[in-house]
Design a protein around this ligand. Structure first.
Ligand SMILES: Cc1cc2nc3c(=O)[nH]c(=O)nc-3n(C[C@H](O)[C@H](O)[C@H](O)COP(=O)(O)O)c2cc1C
Length: 645
């Protein structure tokens, strides 16, 4: 199972507050010599890092010396003015305040220069302070940087992250603060206070150029009065289930570095399962659990790999069988561990209506034609989606007779698989090259596409397939993104949808787009929001390295809500196989280009991608200009070792 303690590259104690460089938090490739490790342990023990007896905490010396352990504070949010109930030793060493001096107080004393100051120092940015206050009032996370002071008056830059912890009733019960202190390059002169002498004799040799290398004077065991630190009076069960399980995987990884007890707690696989379930939702964890090999990898390792994408790799698979007659513009999706293809455009614009399945759990996967009853009329340019389990749904498309807006469903696992038409009243206009996705494994969403006479659409419809008589519902909005076709819709965080790219209407022109819009279907009055891009009037260039505008690409959502964009028809056909990543949950989403090893597909466009088990995407078909290939499949996996079981 994934035991990070075996891993010398384990990064303990570094929590970097700069959201965009988060991937680095789990990164490290330290080389540790035995001698150095002993030294590190001595430092830890002398510093009171180890609160339990038992073996040494496996902290790489590199991490200790070159990264920076963080301050860690917990406050009781149910008491007035957020009193501190726990503070770690790193916080004590760096700030010079001892736990017993600050337990029960609000953390703002760090904004006062020294213990005798009467007010916040004028150099402390009050805009940041009021932003903290706003985040605390609204019960949301805060990340930012502000000026703080050690007890002896030395200024420090504090990169602070505050994470509210919710109780069962949704109320904030605690707030966790993680501080990354560094030297503040400002000269304020000495602090005129009797305290200076005391402080400086104790810490005089400590260099602020590396503030976490403090080697404190020997401290009597128990000096920090652990018995009064409220959080450590909680049982392991309460700590794990009520606090740790509610944090993000990244935060749990960081908190494991605070002390031996939290480290032990964060090694527990049941805790990691809860963390993953809380962070990614029940359905995602259920799907992940069903992936062959996932159990062997373990939840902690899976959480780490899915967060850092450190194990992401391309791989080429050659599969047997044949999808005949040959076709293009088919639609594909994954049903559990199987890939399914329905329909497509055969020679002479023949609309095909056959179904093929590729079982990826077979020793030698082969495309197989599935005998089904009552197939829908042949078509291409439609969408095929999988609801929960093995239930498939086809919508729209076109054939020689014209455009379609019918819906068919089929249970692939039924004894006699049969397509059944769903007579949903008030359907959307017939269309092709639209985009679809599913929500909760029960609802089909359809947006945009091309209607009669080449008219492009901008509407969004929802069909709830759990209802006895499913009804189409138009998501009525006061503003919608410009009409488009060949775009993608990706569901993330349950009920949210991200729209990317496509061929979009821009005045009288139709242009490839790289714009990103989101909508939250769970809102009473859902609204499209423009997230990033350059296509909107007055829009700034998107942050980061944005994917070039495109249509007919694929988009894949990761369990934590980040969205990967790949391929498509790009002007000049360059870079189509480059991967781009966007986190729509960030306040200012930034595109990143991912360099993933292995063999990516060279197909430029027209491919389909199916996400299998939440850990890999399989790219089918695609066109180089001359050929369509369905026996060469490219797999992008973002978890290691799963395919080999
Ligand atoms: C868990 C927690 C940790 C905090 N850590 C710090 C800190 O390290 N430095 C700091 O200047 N403020 C910190 N704060 C923020 C202050 O306590 C306070 O919320 C902020 O100054 C805004 O409130 P005020 O304007 O009423 O003082 C922390 C708050 C919480 C809840």
């Amino acid at each position: 199972m994934g035991d990070w303690s075996q891993d010398t590259s384990l990064e303990l104690g570094v929590f970097r507050a700069e959201g965009r460089k988060r991937i680095m938090e789990w990164d490290s490739d330290s080389e540790v010599s035995i001698g150095e490790e002993e030294d590190a342990m001595q430092i830890c023990e002398r510093g009171g890092f180890l609160m339990n007896d038992g073996g040494p905490v496996p902290i790489g010396i590199d991490n200790l010396l070159h990264s920076t352990p963080c301050g860690f504070v917990v406050t009781d949010a149910l008491e007035p003015d957020q009193p501190i109930i726990y503070v770690n030793t790193v916080f004590e060493y760096v700030t010079g305040y001892k736990a017993e001096e600050i337990l029960g107080r609000n953390c703002r004393f760090l904004q006062y220069r020294g213990p005798f100051a009467q007010r916040r120092h004028p150099l402390v940015d009050i805009v940041v302070v009021s932003e903290i206050r706003r985040c605390m009032d609204e019960g949301i996370e805060f990340q930012g940087e502000l000026l703080n002071f050690r007890k002896d008056g030395t200024p420090l830059v504090n990169r602070l992250r505050l994470t509210p912890i919710l109780g069962d009733d949704g109320m904030v019960t605690h707030i966790i603060g993680i501080q990354l202190f560094t030297e503040a390059k400002i000269e304020l002169g000495p602090l005129p206070s009797p305290y200076v002498k005391e402080a400086s004799t104790r810490y005089v040799h400590q260099s602020l150029s590396d503030p976490f290398l403090y080697r404190p004077a020997p401290i009597v065991q128990g000096h920090f009065c652990r018995e009064i630190c409220g959080i450590f009076q909680l049982s392991d069960e309460v700590l794990a289930q009520n606090i740790l399980a509610r944090l993000t995987p990244r935060d749990v990884a960081s908190i494991g570095s605070v002390c031996k007890r939290l480290y032990q707690l964060t090694k527990n696989e049941d805790l990691w399962r809860m963390v993953c379930q809380n962070a990614w939702g029940r359905e995602t964890t259920r799907v992940l659990e069903s992936v062959p090999g996932a159990k062997r990898l373990g939840w902690s390792r899976l959480a780490r790999e899915l967060t850092t994408l450190e194990a992401a790799a391309w791989r080429k698979l050659t599969v047997g069988g044949a999808v005949e007659p040959s076709r293009c513009n088919f639609s594909a999706c994954a049903a559990g561990n199987r890939l399914v293809i329905f329909g497509g455009e055969g020679i002479n614009m023949t609309g095909l209506n056959d179904t093929f399945v590729l079982d990826l759990s077979a020793a030698n996967p082969e495309w197989q034609h599935v005998k089904v009853s009552s197939p829908p009329p042949g078509r291409w340019g439609h969408t095929l989606s999988c609801l929960s389990g093995s239930s498939l749904v086809v919508f729209g498309g076109c054939n020689k007779q014209g455009l379609l807006n019918d819906v068919f469903t089929m249970d692939l696992d039924a004894q006699q698989p049969t397509w059944r038409e769903v007579a949903g009243s008030a359907p959307p206009l017939p269309r092709t090259w639209h985009s679809s996705c599913t929500l909760d494994g029960t609802k089909l969403i359809v947006s945009g596409g091309c209607a009669d006479s080449g008219v492009m659409l901008s509407d969004t419809f929802l069909l709830d397939l759990t209802m006895d008589k499913p009804m189409w519902r138009e998501i009525r909005v006061s503003w919608s993104p410009p009409s488009r076709l060949g775009h993608t819709l990706t569901a993330y965080e349950g009920q949210k949808i991200l729209m990317f790219g496509g061929l979009a209407k821009s005045g009288s022109l139709k242009l490839r787009s790289s714009d990103v819009y989101t909508i939250d279907i769970s809102e009473e009055e859902p609204k499209w929001r423009y997230l990033t891009g350059s296509g909107m009037p007055g829009a700034a260039n998107p942050a980061g390295i944005a994917p070039p505008p495109r249509l007919d690409h694929v988009a894949v959502s990761l369990p934590d809500g980040r969205v990967l964009i790949f391929g498509g028809s790009v002007a000049g056909l360059h870079s189509a196989s480059q991967l781009y990543l966007l986190d729509p949950t960030e306040e200012e989403p930034t595109w990143t280009m991912l360099n993933v090893p292995g063999q990516p597909p060279r197909y430029a466009w027209g491919h389909s991608t199916c996400v299998v088990g939440g850990t890999r995407a399989l790219v089918l078909g695609g066109q180089t200009g001359e050929e369509w290939i369905l026996n060469d499949i490219h797999e992008l996996s973002w978890a290691s070792k799963l395919g080999s079981e």
